[in-house]
Design a binder for this molecule. Structure first.
Ligand SMILES: [Fe+2]
Ligand SMILES: [Fe+2]
Length: 411
């Protein structure tokens, strides 16, 4: 039985949970506390695996408590639960203050069934980032890229009942440079739209809210990284590679499944799959340079060399960040496993398979991969039917996308 501590002082929540616990799911033991002293007592006496707290509790310094837990019990997963209806400014402030949080749960606690699902996700996510070195490394990074304000505002709007495409476009249009960047990206010949897209409304209508939201998130995240010579990874080149991977992953997912969710997630995961790479490279440029050179000299994939020097790779760092930004677990998983390190033990899901293939195809068809050895399709995929039956066709499809892009740029 896994033990969870819920720190909350709203009477209604506590009562609802006390009732639910009585008749509850036997896989979880939920302990309740309404202040920090009580919380620490429970943590000392019970084998608590995760704490879920609201950011503000009367007479309790929740930030301080999370820091104490991080120091004394680093294995405990620290989850901050906050309702998106709170203002954007508060959300932004929270992410800045709660550096030692592993995960942000953006929803209320009244739906107990949903909460149980969240618990499942929290533990699956935790298993993905179970490397103790990773938790240490990321909690020592001073400025983790934070969730962009515009993205939070779009999510806030989407959480209201009356959200319309026009309103979402209206929110984006307030940010003039973002509007220009999105239009530039959606007019890229890689998307293959026949006519020029000249307004955000048109872009939202054609691509859908989820994809536009993903573009806002990724463009803003990439813009948070400093463009410095000391960083071995070129942010602009990594953006081009990530965008190509996203387009390919989206198309592969489209060819495999009718599930729109998987198609959209493939695009998002493609855009963010290497986000851990720039995080490591910009936060620890000297060590990263060594890892980078090691990969180049020994002709090994960059994740091998990252593991040598950091004991984690960009895959886990990226998955950690995706979880911190509340992206779906499927996306975190595909980012964590996009190099398929342990495919023999566990078959990759469609999303992970699409991102892995898209990443490899993007490198072999277009990118120079910044001088690093090219990734290859994981040979262990050869026993997976879905892959064996389709990968040649997927590659030709991606080749055609590049050919038509080349033709367009000539005309
Ligand atoms: Fe990668
Ligand atoms: Fe990549």
């Amino acid at each position: 039985m896994r033990k969870i501590l819920l720190l909350n002082n709203e009477k209604m929540v506590i009562e609802a949970y006390e009732d639910a616990i009585q008749s509850g799911d036997k896989r979880w033991a939920i302990h309740l506390a309404d202040n920090d002293i009580q919380a620490l007592k429970i943590i000392e006496s019970e084998n608590i695996e995760a704490i879920i707290s609201t950011p503000i509790i009367q007479n309790t310094d929740v930030v301080g408590l999370f820091n104490i837990i991080k120091e004394r019990h680093p294995q405990i997963i620290r989850v901050l639960q906050s309702n998106l209806l709170e203002s954007t400014a508060i959300q932004k402030e929270l992410l800045k203050k709660f550096k030692s949080t592993h995960m942000l749960l953006i929803r209320g606690l009244f739906d107990f069934k949903q909460f149980m699902q969240d618990l499942e996700n929290i533990f699956q996510y935790s298993a993905l980032i179970s490397n103790g070195k990773l938790k240490n490394l990321v909690s020592n990074i001073n400025s983790l890229p934070s969730l962009p304000e515009l993205y939070i505002r779009i999510n806030e709007k989407l959480n209201t009942e009356d959200a319309s495409l026009r309103e979402i476009a209206g929110i984006i249009k307030h940010d003039v440079s973002m509007t220009a960047e999105i239009l530039k990206v959606v007019n890229s010949s890689l998307f293959g739209f026949a006519n020029k897209i000249s307004s955000i409304e048109q872009a939202v209508a054609l691509l859908g809210i989820e994809m536009i939201k993903t573009l806002v998130l990724s463009l803003k995240l990439f813009s948070q990284f400093p463009r410095m010579d000391q960083i071995s990874v070129s942010i602009d080149e990594l953006w081009d590679h990530s965008f190509l991977t996203a387009v390919f992953a989206g198309r592969i997912a489209f060819a495999v499944t009718k599930d729109k969710n998987v198609q959209e997630n493939a695009f998002t995961a493609g855009l963010l799959h290497d986000i851990g790479m720039i995080t490591l490279a910009s936060q620890m440029p000297q060590t990263y340079k060594k890892a980078y050179e090691d990969a180049f000299i020994n002709k090994t994939p960059i994740n091998y060399s990252e593991n040598k020097f950091f004991e984690v790779s960009h895959c886990e760092v990226g998955a950690y960040l995706a979880g911190l930004w509340s992206l779906p677990l499927d996306i975190c998983r595909s980012i964590a496993r996009h190099h398929l390190p342990d495919v023999s033990e566990n078959e990759p899901d469609i999303l992970t398979l699409a991102v892995h293939c898209a990443d490899v195809f993007a490198q072999s068809l277009k990118d120079k991969n910044q001088g690093l050895p090219l990734e290859e399709l994981n040979p262990q995929l050869n026993h997976i039917e879905l892959f064996m039956d389709n990968h040649e066709q997927w590659f030709s499809m991606c080749e055609e996308i590049i050919e038509s892009e080349n033709n367009n740029s000539k005309t």
